[in-house]
Design a protein around this ligand. Structure first.
Ligand SMILES: *Cc1c(COP(=O)(O)O)cnc(C)c1O
Ligand SMILES: [Zn+2]
Length: 391
């Protein structure tokens, strides 16, 4: 049962009532869900988790839905954490782990966020959901909307991989293709749907996708037997996963699950679209929009993010860094992950291995550390990329 108490603005701290429809705070910043963690600790006990269902809904106390009947579940979450022995040996890393998010419904970790956001919307009586998507978010939204009989409208850049818009169409969503980036899609969407009763589920413009994505950190801790990894490498676009997992570590400490050092968080972006990397290097609190974003990693083709200040804060608080990798290095890393570990991941997943190599080379990570790479989606939807890799 959810122990949600209220929503809190990530910038001005203003509190908002739960159980109501929310987008941003009046000040324009994202809202974060807050729970009664003291009470949650009574039932959400680490040692008793084994008996719970193998989906992200096992963390019900720290998820927002008030009623079981509003949960839209396609089996999302509790994906395997794979000990990468062959790859780790090659790199001199005996404690290298891969979180294989391709096992989620619609083959990406976007299912986590959208399962929770769509369930909450359904609980609150919202019937029509809209979002811009450069790749996997659209398919995930379409799937949960289909499951609940809700309407979905998805605005996608023309250069989105074919399979991403095909799945949206097949899953019954209304798909609008827009020339430009995901940012232009967002603008177009707000323009077209203005005054209509469509609920905006864009990244961080509603509070619950973050809650779904934070569960990756709970799972990693559970799967490592209660240990906290020393480093996590995460391909970063809008930042929901990064911000969500950092929030999860804060919660897990209060729940008594973890203590001591939190992991260092490393954000990977593409060299052709790296607004967070640039802002991090400049020491800024906000990231300027990236002009002409270009990369094969569609999930990273996000020129500006409303949660930029939260990503930069998490990176600095965790003593991590943001770094960019070339598309060619993502491709090489996809091949290496496939050949050494049997996992066909997406370019974004490849980016984490490319980043790991850079971090080892630069001495920012060392061989004895426990490191988790987030393989955020399966490679199968990236037909265009697979063509390049095999021709
Ligand atoms: C959306 C996406 C990302 C970026 O995730 P955020 O949490 O929005 O930063 C990374 N990888 C893939 C495959 C994605 O679809
Ligand atoms: Zn505010």
């Amino acid at each position: 049962m959810s122990l949600l108490t209220h929503l809190e603005c990530a910038r001005c701290g203003k509190q908002h009532e739960p159980a109501r429809v929310h987008n941003l705070c009046g000040c324009g910043a994202p809202l974060l869900a807050r729970y009664d963690l003291r009470r949650a600790a009574e039932t959400l006990v680490f040692e008793r988790m084994a008996s719970r269902q193998p989906t992200l809904w096992r963390y019900g106390e720290v998820l927002p839905t008030a009623r079981d009947s509003s949960v839209l579940c396609l089996g999302e979450g509790f994906t395997p954490l794979i000990h990468a022995r062959r790859l780790g040996k090659r790199l001199g890393l005996p404690n290298l782990y891969l979180k294989d998010e391709s096992r989620n419904p619609t083959s990406s970790f976007k299912a986590r966020g959208l399962a929770v956001a769509a369930s909450m919307a359904y609980e609150l009586g919202i019937r029509r959901l809209a979002m811009p998507s450069a790749g996997n978010a659209g398919g995930a939204l379409a799937a949960y909307a289909a499951l609940a009989g809700l309407e979905a409208a998805i605005y996608m850049p023309e250069e989105t991989p074919r399979a991403n818009w095909q799945e949206c169409v097949l899953l019954g969503a209304k798909v609008v293709r827009v020339s430009g980036s995901i940012k232009d899609c967002g603008r177009e969407m707000r323009e077209q749907l203005k005054g209509e009763d469509w609920f905006d589920v864009s990244t961080l413009r509603e509070p619950y996708r973050l809650e779904g994505k934070k569960t990756m950190a709970y799972e990693v801790v559970e799967q490592l037997g209660g240990r906290v990894p020393q480093a996590m490498i995460y391909p970063t676009g809008g930042g929901t996963g990064l911000i969500g997992m950092w929030k999860a570590f804060e919660e897990m400490e209060e729940l008594g699950w973890t203590s001591g050092a939190r992991p260092r968080m490393f954000s990977v972006q593409a060299q052709g679209c790296a607004p967070i990397v640039r802002a991090f290097a400049q020491g800024s609190d906000r990231a300027e929009e990236w002009e002409g974003p270009q990369t094969i990693a569609s999930g990273l083709r996000v020129p500006s993010a409303i949660g930029d200040f939260l990503m930069l804060r998490a990176l600095r608080e965790s003593r991590g860094v943001a770094l960019a990798v070339a598309d060619s290095d993502m491709l090489a890393a996809m091949r290496e992950l496939a050949e050494t570990e049997g996992l066909l991941t997406s370019p974004e997943g490849g980016a984490t291995l490319a980043a790991l190599k850079k971090l080892l080379w630069d001495g920012l990570l060392a061989g004895h550390e426990s490191i988790v790479l987030f393989l955020t989606a399966g490679g199968y939807k990236y037909q265009e990329v697979l063509e390049t890799l095999t021709s």
